[in-house]
Ligand binder design. Structure first.
Ligand code: DHB
Ligand code: FE
Length: 285
């Protein structure tokens, strides 16, 4: 049986990937951010999954604005790293897990989540930067296969936070029903507060972010009850990416253990955070 072993919530700011690709992680601007990742990276390296289900959004790179699926899933054998205008990042292409993807498609459609199926998909910074945060030096290949799950957070009307949480719960049930013994990690990507354009460009809300970091572990229902307008008002127009953390949280057990979290402002225009949770049931003392 497949099992979700851990969940990772992390920002996906493209310049975090660029800093790694260009050897700038020790620069004074970047060092505090990368120092904050270290304990989580060590723990994840010791708890390697077979597959990562990465919940992310494409930023009109692979999927243009003429077609915006609310929820989609990749079912391919492999996914190319997208060219976002500066050439492809020099990181490995992503190996898929078509069997788990197709199992998720069937189970989720049967549960009423009518996902768009992507048999071919380039993956942009929304997916590759979280992979780099997980595994800074992949060499020729990432350490696990990937199932990409896409959420529309860029064009109105984005799915509700409640729907994202329910999708995560359905993903959790589907993973538990996959017959092979697979260790699965679930990534919820994006956030925290940020707004890239308009009169509130540069907006950061640490009070909201800290509330969210606490509640994603202890009270996800509270976050699932917020409207999209509340997300945009409180976290900025791109801060609504945080609804993707709820997909990750929904796929995990009601009780989870925090391994490590870190919060750093700014990374580019974003309040960057990482929160890593162990999904294994704690043993009684
Ligand atoms: C930035 C953040 C994002 O989430 C993104 O998708 C693109 C850019 C930024 O802060 O620069
Ligand atoms: Fe983004």
């Amino acid at each position: 049986m497949a099992e979700v072993i851990w969940g990772l919530a992390t920002s996906h700011v493209p310049s975090i990937g660029a800093a790694m690709d260009r050897g700038k992680t020790e620069d004074p601007y970047w060092k505090p951010l990368f120092d904050g990742y270290r304990p989580a990276r060590e723990w994840m390296a010791e708890h390697r999954p077979d597959v990562a289900v990465i919940v992310y959004n494409d930023h009109a790179n692979a999927v243009g604005l003429e077609m915006v699926p609310t929820f989609a899933i990749g079912t391919a054998d492999s996914y190319r790293v997208a060219d976002e205008g500066f050439g492809r990042r020099a990181v490995p292409d992503v190996v898929g897990h078509p069997e788990l993807s197709l199992h998720l498609v069937e189970q989720l459609v049967d549960e009423g989540f009518d996902l768009t199926v992507c048999q071919e998909l380039d993956v942009d910074h929304g997916l590759t930067v979280p992979l780099s945060i997980f595994c800074p030096e992949p060499g020729d290949a990432w350490p696990c296969a990937v199932v990409p799950v896409l959420v529309n957070v860029i064009q109105y009307p984005q799915p509700t936070a409640a729907r994202c949480y329910a999708l995560g719960q359905a993903i959790g049930r589907a993973i538990a029903g996959f017959p092979d013994d697979l260790k699965v990690a679930v990534f919820g990507t994006g956030g925290m507060s940020h707004q890239l354009a308009g009169s509130r460009a540069g907006y950061i809300n640490p009070t909201f972010d800290h509330m969210y970091l606490e509640a994603i572990q202890a009270d996800p229902e509270k976050l699932a009850a917020l409207t999209r307008e509340e997300y945009i008002d409180q976290a900025g127009s791109e801060g609504i990416e945080l609804i993707m953390w709820l997909v990750m949280r929904g796929a995990m057990n009601p009780e989870i253990t925090k391994v490590h979290s870190t919060y750093h402002v700014p990374a580019s225009n974003t309040a960057a955070a990482l929160a890593l949770f162990d999904n294994r049931v704690p043993r009684p003392a």
